[in-house]
Write a protein that binds this ligand. Sequence first.
Ligand SMILES: O=C1C[C@@H](O)[C@H](O)[C@@H](O)C1=O
Ligand code: CO
Length: 299
Amino acid sequence: MNKQHVRLAIAPIGWTNDDMPELGSENTFQQTISEMALAGFTGSEVGSKYPREPEILKPMLAIRGIEICNAWFSTFFAAGEREKTLDSFVNHMNFLHAMGAKVIGCSEQSGSIQCTALPVMGPDKPCFSEEAWARVAEGYNTLGYLAAEKGMQVCLHHHMGTGIQTAAEIDKFMSLVDDCVFLLFDTGHAWYCEGSEASMLAILEKHIQRVNHVHLKDVRPQVIARVKREGLSFLAGVRQGTFTVPGDGAIDFNPVFKLLDNAGYRGWMVVEAEQDPALANPFEYAVKARRYLRETAGI
Ligand SMILES: O=C1C[C@@H](O)[C@H](O)[C@@H](O)C1=O
Ligand SMILES: [Co+2]
């Protein structure tokens, strides 16, 4: 890949999992960002242990050569919580703007089963009515225009257990929103939702012109098969090792990098591989991911 076009970040979720904060509760904020830098990354997303005051957070990251590239934001438009979502979005956007980030990665969480005990591959995930889709599209367009006024961009994180999980749901979302709304492409969730590398690549290929942020997650298909077979929840699967860093699982990332490079992708690529830190030492896995990216993508 063109080294000048992409920057490499890593998410703190490998150190402490914000969906299950007991996973990695022993890892401190300063240890996390020091190990990110030591492994060779220059960016991070924001975790729950990070100070929320830009004047405190910025110098602690700067001394380690790290910038904030994004932070997760949950929206509840389908459920009709428009005003509440917009209010908290503005605070979130202002924080990210002060941190110098350009991207705001959002997930539509109405009815989400992502953090519940329900089987993630079962019938319980939300499926939006046409009215709900219209609320989601209007809400995201509003976020997109608000972000554009600040010189920022909003993107949707498709996610297992949510109403925007499958290839068809991603297509529907992208067809309903304006050009000011982008897609956060997450390799792990794209593989998981349809169950193959080809279907993951098809999602990327279809929407590549609107992808403005990338999460690099590898998958362990044998764990995903068990999640399906035993009716496990998304989080139970994570504990058992659904995800790992690029180069350690089943995904061949070469075609992903090729597609992005050919499309002239410019932006961040974020290694995001939540697994149990007691089983997968986060520093060791960060180093492994950094080496894989150097050897495979030349970045
Ligand atoms: O971007 C993400 C943030 C996490 O909280 C989430 O559960 C993870 O799977 C993900 O892709
Ligand atoms: Co992600």
